[in-house]
Ligand binder design. Structure first.
Ligand code: TXA
Ligand code: MG
Length: 320
């Protein structure tokens, strides 16, 4: 069983010794290792059963630290980080010789993020290396938003879970690519496209609906529950039974009894809905049910990230 606690010194000791530690962030829990220790990073791929072609995000507590590791801080990056970091935004930047291939999957770019969680920022400040940290779930499953979620799946495989409570954002970071002339959006997440455009004063390119997989996180089948899931617009193609449940935004639908419906935000707050999304998917997955029906959320702000995660979860049915 992994130990759960708030001991930063213990976490540091384990990480210094090439062990894995689950860490809280504002988005989802990460499965962290010393990014400069190849043996440690290999454990991440092993524990997650993650394909090696899927690169990892480097985490540290300031841009200055990243500069020490050879990351070039452009004016554009500085401006974005002044507004959004620490926070749920990941920057894809030119890599350099200091960054191991096991982090970048051999690509010429590297992803970096400053997570906004007091416990993890305090830990990062103590380390003389960045942490590689993908979400702390088995590859292709829903990301964890509490220490208990991590414990439920990885407990036998890691020694320690740093418990920072429930994640406040609840969906993964937004990823933008800063290696081209124009900023490109690679993954929707905690920061909306609109917010980024407002910050830099220009439009960014949306690479999300693309067959050309730049971020492997753009692969369709991802974040899936074990139970099948469909959108409400597909309702005529499914059988509704007493074991059918719905994920809804703020109001109950009339096609199911209320007891079979989970509202993500009774106040109609999209941020609250995002924070509740993954724990609700996990709750439903642990129940004896036969189908999950999801409402489509308003396609504004973080609502787009919610729809993106639901789309990935529903698209599993196309393959299985
Ligand atoms: O919110 C988050 O970002 C969480 C927390 C723990 O920080 N981390 C996370 O990591 O979601 P992960 O590994 O589950 O997703 C990272 C995504 C992957 O889809 C990966 O393909 C993409 O980032 N990525 C990493 N390096 C990249 C690079 N150099 N170019 C393009 N995409 C990259
Ligand atoms: Mg992930």
């Amino acid at each position: 069983m992994a130990e759960i606690g708030v001991d930063i010194t213990k976490a540091k000791l384990l990480l210094d010794n090439a062990e894995l530690v689950a860490i809280p962030t504002e988005t989802v829990y990460g499965l962290a290792a010393n990014a400069f220790n190849v043996e440690a990073v290999l454990k991440i791929y092993e524990v997650k059963n993650r394909p090696k072609f899927n690169p990892l995000i480097l985490h540290s507590n300031s841009l200055e630290r990243f500069a020490e590791w050879g990351i070039v801080i452009t004016d554009q990056l500085k401006k974005l980080a002044d507004t959004f970091s620490p926070g749920p935004l990941t920057y894809v930047l030119p890599s350099n010789a200091a960054i191991p291939d096991i982090i970048t999957a051999g690509q010429l770019s590297v992803a970096i993020r400053i997570p906004n969680h007091p416990l993890t920022l305090a830990l990062l400040a103590e380390l003389d290396y960045p942490l590689a940290a993908p979400s702390a779930n088995p590859s292709e499953y829903v990301s964890p938003t509490s220490a208990e979620h991590v414990q439920a799946q990885l407990s036998e495989k890691i020694p320690y879970i740093l418990d920072g409570g429930v994640c406040t954002v609840g969906v993964e970071s937004t990823i933008i690519d800063l290696t081209q002339n124009k900023i490109r959006l690679l993954r929707l997440g905690g920061i909306s496209k609109e917010e980024i455009e407002l910050c830099i004063g220009e439009e960014i390119e949306d690479l999300l609906i693309s067959d050309n997989v730049i971020a492997p996180g753009m692969m369709k089948r991802h974040y899936a529950t074990s139970h099948p899931m469909v959108f409400e617009e597909q309702i005529s193609t499914v059988n509704i039974s007493p074991y059918t449940y719905a994920i809804r935004f703020q109001t109950y639908a009339d096609y199911l009894p209320k007891e079979n419906q989970f509202l993500l935000s009774e106040n109609g707050n999209l941020n609250e809905a995002a924070a509740n999304l993954f724990s609700t998917m996990r709750k439903l997955d642990a129940m004896q049910i036969d189908l999950i029906i999801a409402e489509r959320f308003p396609a504004i702000g973080i609502g787009r990230a919610i729809n993106d995660r639901l789309e990935r979860a529903t698209s599993k049915n196309l393959h299985s």
